[in-house]
Design a protein around this ligand. Structure first.
Ligand code: GLN
Length: 446
């Protein structure tokens, strides 16, 4: 833990992956593990792990990278924290992110911008950019993130590491600051596939406090890593190589496809015809759910309270106007509009119908295939502070990750190679609760 803290402090000036480093708390936890004695059967005993700052950590400031929660100290731990603490991990720090997980670059953070681990002039992706950069730069061996529309997979892709969004319901969302509740899922970043599988086994499982959490048994995800994928049937959606996908990304992914064939898998082209409507539907559904979830930040119950309000309404308005950043306000307005009487049928209902079509596309493919494969993002990491990027162009970066959240499927990004000197992520998508197949394929490829 001491070495990890030293390394973090030496690396942070270049990377800025953390909002807060838990120096004293981490050392106290490490001492407690020492006192108990390292448990040789427990992989996690004394292991420093970083946590995205939208996952509640008891008595440790949890900001969601917002001014709204700048000084918020939760009074309880998220379920994933309870599970990790029971395994005697060391909570080394809280990582930077886009404000309330809204963004694809970690630049909407109220506090600072994180830098890509490979090139400090580039974005780390988002919204879990801090967790991804912390792992990729060697600050930590594992970090937790959250993924509503790609926020684990896209930063994993941009930083050349392994990031998995589990099946919706696999990991409890209790204690995750809610963004889009029908889409949100906690997952993990690591350098290797096997480490990733081990962390998922540690955080997964049913939780009475999250009604959408599944009662399914949690397998040991490290068990099926044999390297043998002969006969595995893989689908390559043709839409995933169109839709503005850069040439360099495409070439790298096609080379990965050849590698899977050489390993004995069959790879065939399929179609997911409705995925191109995913971004439009996501920004309606995700924003609608966000507008509802973020109502609780009213200047009374949580977080920032504006000074000098004349009455109650004024207090709400002032606190929210001053406490939320531009991207969050954009989502709240879009969501509130989409849910309003008069626009509901044209926007929210239509988007929900599109979502169903996207789910059916996946169901059709999984009748015949074990796995779907394609790029994680259409590009490699782009330049920091690129003012030319308008919000709509930014939203398009999620085109290949969003459909997976709509269908609640598990999805991984792992490194497939490099284009223009930057990492390219390969996305592996499996049927619900079939993370094991993803791990098997990823392990053979890695
Ligand atoms: N980039 C997407 C957004 O801004 C996804 C975010 C996420 O998965 N949390 O909404």
């Amino acid at each position: 833990t001491k070495a990890t803290l030293e390394n973090i402090h030496a690396t942070e000036p270049d990377v800025d992956a953390f909002i807060s480093v838990n120096d004293e708390g981490a050392l106290a936890q490490a001492k407690a593990v020492d006192a108990k004695g390292i448990d040789a059967d427990n992989l996690f005993s004394g292991m420093p792990i970083a946590i995205k700052d939208n996952i509640l950590t008891k008595n440790i400031t949890t900001t969601a990278a917002s001014k709204m929660l700048e000084n918020f100290k939760p009074i309880f731990d998220a379920t994933v924290m309870e599970k990790l603490n029971a395994k005697d991990i060391v909570m080394i720090g809280k990582t930077n992110m886009d404000e309330f997980a809204m963004g694809s670059t970690t630049e909407t953070s109220y506090f600072k911008s994180t830098k890509n681990a490979w090139d400090h002039t580039k974005v780390p992706g988002g919204s879990s950019g801090g967790s991804a950069a912390a792992v990729a730069s060697g600050e930590v061996i594992a970090a937790l993130g959250s993924d509503t529309g790609g926020s684990i997979r896209q930063p994993a892709s941009f930083n050349g590491i392994v990031g998995l969004k589990p099946t919706y319901g696999r990991v409890s969302r209790w204690g995750l600051i809610a963004f889009g509740s029908s889409l949100d899922q906690i997952g993990q970043f690591t350098r290797t596939v096997k480490d990733n599988a081990a962390v998922l086994s540690a955080i997964a499982g049913h939780d009475d406090r999250d009604q959408t959490s599944s009662a399914r048994e949690v397998p040991d995800f490290t068990a099926g890593l044999t390297g043998d994928i002969k006969g595995m049937k893989i689908a390559l959606p043709k839409e995933y190589l169109e839709e503005g996908v850069d040439e360099g990304v495409k070439t790298t992914i096609l080379a990965a496809v050849e590698q899977f064939k050489a390993l004995g898998a069959t790879v065939e082209e399929v179609s997911l015809p409705h995925s191109k409507y995913g971004v439009a539907a996501y920004y309606i559904i995700g924003s609608s759910e966000a507008s509802s979830n973020l109502q609780r930040f009213d200047g009374i119950r949580y977080g920032y309270r504006a000074q000098g309000a004349k009455n109650l309404d004024d207090l709400y308005i002032k606190s929210r106007s001053e406490g939320f950043g531009d991207e969050v306000k954009r989502r709240i307005m879009l969501g509130t509009f989409s849910l309003s009487a008069g626009t509901y049928d044209k926007f929210f209902k239509k988007a929900a119908q599109v979502r169903t079509l996207i789910i059916q596309d996946f169901e059709n493919v999984f009748k015949d295939y074990d796995l779907i494969m394609g790029p994680t993002a259409p590009t490699v990491a782009f330049t920091l502070n690129d003012e030319t990027k308008d919000p709509k162009a930014m939203y398009m970066n999620d085109v290949l990750t969003i459909p997976v959240n709509f269908a609640g499927l598990p999805g991984m990004s792992l490194n497939a190679g490099f284009s223009e000197g930057m990492p390219v992520g390969l996305q592996l998508i499996a049927n619900k609760f079939d993370e094991a197949t993803i791990y098997k394929a990823a392990y053979a490829f890695e």
